[in-house]
Design a protein around this ligand. Structure first.
Ligand code: ATP
Length: 242
């Protein structure tokens, strides 16, 4: 069954068409790679799914329910979470505090709530930063700051996680470790869409790759098929290559 169905999605910024009648689906338990050259619309697709941008046209369904016009808060409550390209921890709060913030009820009148220490430890240990819980974010190495972003997303208990360039700035060993952790999330039952510029960290990880070019669907297939696809090669020729 499809967990996520994006149909004929279009997003315009003034006269600029960032996403142009783009459709794709994600099945339960899949890890799908969403790739495309710089500026092809990948992050905009994620922002539309998460209710951060209103869509110009098209529809988005999650577990069969229309979420096209939902707010971000509603989308997260339904079981979707996004790890953004930028890390934005609150530097005056510990790693544990940053994770807890994502578990607090979204209401100004709530005085209680949020995850217990044991739950926070559990979220952190799923991405191997449980030893960093008392650290401040600006004391952490880059890879752990990125892992904190993932822990924050895990803290909303997502069924489907959207990861925007999770491997950016990581060295080969860190990429391998993170890929193994993402694989573990799948074994725990999570479905994922991973955005990247190229196939680098994705080749071994994803079941299927969807390629965006100029905001439009270009190709879909296994990583091997996509690596050999002539249209994809051509789209990347002007850029950094696959
Ligand atoms: N908030 C915005 N306002 C205006 N234009 C935007 C906005 N967000 C994105 N765009 C434009 O939409 C197009 C798609 O951008 P987007 O960031 O989605 O691409 P991308 O594939 O994620 O790129 P990258 O790989 O470089 O992150 C680009 O031309 C970008 O300049």
């Amino acid at each position: 069954m499809s967990v996520l169905e994006v149909e004929h999605l279009t997003k315009k910024f003034g006269g600029l068409v960032a996403v142009d009648d783009f459709s794709f689906e994600v099945d339960e338990g899949e890890i799908v790679g969403l790739i495309g050259p710089n500026g092809s619309g990948k992050s905009t697709v994620f922002n539309c799914i998460m209710g951060i941008y209103g869509v110009t046209a098209g529809s988005i369904r999650f577990n069969g329910t229309d979420i096209t016009d939902d707010s971000t808060h509603q989308v997260v409550n339904k079981g979707l979470s996004r790890v953004s390209q930028e890390s934005n921890p609150i530097d005056s709060m510990s790693v544990a505090g940053n994770i807890k913030l994502f578990t607090l009820p979204n209401s100004i009148v709530s005085l209680r709530g949020g995850a217990s220490q044991a739950e926070i430890y559990d979220y952190a240990s799923r991405i191997d930063i449980e030893d960093d819980l008392q650290e401040m974010p600006d004391e952490l190495p880059h890879a752990d700051v990125r892992r904190l972003e993932i822990a924050k997303a895990l803290a909303t208990e997502p069924e489907l996680m959207l990861l925007d360039e999770p491997f950016a700035g990581m060295n080969q060993a860190e990429i391998g470790e993170l890929a193994a952790q993402i694989e573990r999330f799948r074994e725990e039952g999570m479905t994922m869409v991973v955005v990247d510029h190229n196939m680098g960290g994705l080749m071994e990880l994803v079941d299927r790759v969807v390629v965006l070019n100029n905001g439009d669907f270009l190709a879909s297939g296994t990583p091997e098929e996509i690596a050999e696809d002539d249209a994809v090669q051509e789209a990347y020729l002007a850029g950094e290559g696959l």
